[in-house]
Design a protein around this ligand. Structure first.
Ligand SMILES: [Zn+2]
Length: 293
């Protein structure tokens, strides 16, 4: 982030992002990571799962049926994530390696080995140890609903929030000294922007949630008035899309992503967040995630 919009002189901070799957780091926070990296802040990513049940595009894998295909997909996604991390300019990257739970409602959600059913304390402790090691000023993860209801995103939220508590508690986790994260954010897709993009897609003849006769806009995205922080990502959008499109196994020739690549500058000029916990006083609205530090 530039000095001019940070309000925080030229100090360097550490940002930690806790995401569920390879590719999540790019779609909602890729621009933020690039801007922080370009301003010489330290950026750390934790990816909780290996993504081995992702919906595959352009590869002849059926991870829902075959353990071998799941292993292969996990390897493919690992490579994609490594390439994306380099483009984003991440300082450090940790993978917890939990098996993917699959989309909400899939039979795999019930598997005892998947991340959604992992031991919460154990997962939180893994993240808390990284927090103590990296000492982030700011933590970014999902909201209680995991953003859009994916069981791994919900578990990521629970584990990351519990980890922030554990890392700060001197009676927990012997070894590294306690560390209190100063600001915690949840990622947010502004409802107005989602609606606007669906209207555009509908004009182009594509199916969107707007086609559902029972469509209820309150079930989608975050109400704009709840958003506290908007990071302008227009200047880094090309790099963001380059990073996102390294996740080829997930995107393929999906019209949705190509549409956003072309129209993102107008439809999603910023990435938005909700500040949910802060040790420092902050204005009601900010355009820098390190505001007040
Ligand atoms: Zn995900």
């Amino acid at each position: 982030m530039s000095t001019s919009d940070s309000g925080s002189s030229s100090r360097r901070f550490t940002l930690l992002l806790v995401h569920a799957h390879p590719d999540d780091e790019c779609s909602g926070t890729g621009g933020l990571i690039i801007r922080c990296a370009e301003a010489d802040h330290t950026t750390v990513l934790i990816t909780c799962t290996n993504g081995d049940r992702g919906q595959v595009n352009g590869l002849s894998l059926r991870p829902e049926d075959s353990a071998g295909d799941r292993r292969r997909l996990a390897e493919v996604r690992q490579g994609e994530l490594e390439r994306a991390s380099k483009i984003l300019g991440l300082s450090r990257h940790y993978q917890l390696g939990y098996p993917d739970s699959g989309m909400a409602g899939w039979k795999s959600n019930k598997g005892p080995e998947v991340f959604a059913n992992a031991d919460l304390d154990e997962a939180a402790e893994k993240i808390a140890r990284i927090i103590r090691e990296c000492r982030p000023d700011v933590l970014v993860t999902y909201n209680e609903g995991g953003g859009y209801g994916h069981p791994d995103h919900i578990m990521t939220h629970r584990a990351a929030m519990a980890a922030a508590e554990a890392a700060a508690d001197p009676s927990r986790l012997v070894g590294l000294p306690p560390w209190r994260v100063k600001k915690i954010y949840h990622t947010a897709w502004a409802r107005s922007r989602m609606l606007r993009s669906w209207r555009w897609m509908r004009r182009l003849g594509k199916k969107t949630p707007l086609d559902d006769p029972n469509f209820d806009e309150t079930k989608f995205g975050t109400p704009d008035e709840e958003i506290t922080t908007r990071i302008d990502v227009r200047s880094v959008r090309r790099k963001k899309w380059r990073a996102l499109f390294t996740h080829e196994s997930q995107l393929g020739n999906n019209f949705f992503w190509w549409f956003f690549r072309l129209a993102g500058r107008w439809l999603f000029p910023d990435e938005s967040f909700v500040l949910v916990r802060s040790e420092v006083s902050c204005p009601g609205r900010e355009n820098c995630i390190f505001e007040g530090l």
